[in-house]
Design a protein around this ligand. Sequence first.
Ligand code: MN
Length: 737
Amino acid sequence: MMRQYELVEKVAAYKPELDEALLNRAYVYAMQKHGSQKRASGDPYFSHPLEVAAILTDMHLDEATVAVALLHDTIEDTDATRKEIDQLFGPKIGQLVEGLTKLKKLDLVSKKAAQAENLRKLLLAIADDIRVLLVKLADRLHNMRTLGPMAPEKRARIAQETMDIYAPLAGRMGMQDMRDELEQLSFRHLNLDAFETITARLAELKERHEGTIAAIERDLTAKLKENGIQASVSGRQKTAYSVFSKMQRKALSLEQLSDIFGFRVIVDSDEACYRTLGIVHRTWPMVPGRFKDYISTPKQNDYRSLHTTIVGPSRQRVELQIRTKDMHDVAEYGVAAHALYKDGETSGAVHLSKESNAYGWLRRTIELLASGDNPEEFLEHTKLELFQDQVFCFTPKGRLIALPRGATPIDFAYAVHSEVGDNCVGCKIDGRIMPVVTELANGDEVEIICAKGQIPPQAWENIAVTGKARAAIRRAARTQIRKQYSGIGQQILDRTFARAGKMYSREALKPLLGKLGHREIEDALAAVGRGELKPTDVLRAAFPDYQESRAARAAEKGEDEGWFNLRTAAGMIFRVPGRSKAKARTNGRAIPIRGAGEDMPVRFGPDGAVPGDRIVGIIDPGKGITIYPIQSPALTAYDDEPDRWVDVRWDLDEAMSERFPARIMLSAKNEPGSLAEIAETIAINDANIHNLSMISTAPDFTKMVIELEVWDIQHLTQTLRQLRAKPCVADVTRVNG
Ligand code: MN
């Protein structure tokens, strides 16, 4: 284990005026806090932060970063607190250590390769300082180096995560060595057989060709110089993992893969690329079929380079990539390189929304860090503000959902699936029930609570920030309203057809749709429900030779006088005098009740309600609002569902008289003409009979339920009084009155 003074000396070697006391304090504090804790290998736990610190000294980072490395596991794994660290080391270091603690929590979430890109973004969004990322990568590197003693499943999980998330992240940041080592270590744990086979083969080839590879590099550099070409030549043997992934990509066997040595030649102009190629081809024999000119014909992704493979003196193949610095940048950063270099150099706080730019910026930052004279100041003023406009949350199963900043669980639900959004009634964030309007934070685990048959409240449309959620909420509301109106339309048609003595079925509507000017049955029904399509037009379309009765015509015209057919529950038909009954009942829009939603169809419970009654509304998902008098026993069924209750009150327009339904129960003597007398009494009182059904028939009395339409409670009371006064009426009461 590295001693305290050794660590200080290592930093002092590249940073003479360092704050030694800070390093010493951090060393002692972390050592004491981790105390007797052990790693899986049995080593003292403190060896781990110490090694992480050592990795960072190799990258010549400032003492603050090295101190953070020493402290990086203290908040998570010991009784150390942010407050204590702030007091001992200052709030800046406290903030960095806390940043690492936050990142560590992410490791606990299951991850899938498919969402690796979003996980990398989440990491960048959470790490608000570049030092947090650097310590995190060094931490991961040391953990990968010492993965051996872990349980096999844990090893596999960590190796996979490293392969999917951290190695590519290091690559994007331009830390190629870090990337190579992370990949190699992961590869070894994920596929030991392949790793060993390829490593053995590479070692064998290396031994056989080492001398000649060095000779080629020497010769090439010298020849280019002779010809006046300024070039940087870098050669390396490919890693076992890069050989393996090439075998996978191109479906090659190990024997077919002989070009495991490669050189990259970077020159300063397109012309120099071709001149270099000429020199290479004059010096060594080329492998036929391997030459590619991606300069004159760039790849789809804008990649440009000359590729060729030559055969060296001991017949080994060597691959060469020849390109300019610009081409190299494009190869490394992708197309974003163009934009980056047009901007010129920028430093300090940079906010880039495009991801490729963000990675490019990150990489240049690391480059500046590596070459900078004053890394401390640079680090202090470099804020990572990457992907701050996004927020990344998890489903309970570990799926990562990326949302715009400011998103709520409503957006989350719709991002998971529009059905989940439509049925969302609540949510849990990190296991706690929270309001669905809570603003989500990075790393939140969100569980959506669903209930079938819900309608998203229209108010959500303004809360949602994602277009997907907004559109879905609007669509659900529209569908719902159409459904409500088509339900009403269906009822109206049922009655209209029944009155005409005709059979009605939805199917029978199908061939009529063209005639009625609608494409779908639901649309036609909704049009009837909204009053845009007359039910009798539908009837006439279905039965062109149907002759309307006088009553039906009267009903349609809304005439006050006339006779109606009344069908009883037993199927008897009476002709009774009365006013239009089609008028007040059926039109969902017309019932003037305040408190009901604008687009919510309102209907009455089976016993009706009349002005003067105290009323309450019950929301019926899929149907609208049902109005009950407050004394109605039916309401007890909703006692446990307080969310369904709405406060409503009458909102009558004096100028626009409306009728309202009320149900009465009546016992009448079985005498000839008694039913006619009852009907007449009701008619004289200006109360409509909407329906009449016989409940029981004893030899002397008939009990019946009559649905009336009245102006208000006084009108109802007066009608009841008049009925009671009739000798044929034994008893009459309002049902549930
Ligand atoms: Mn650690």
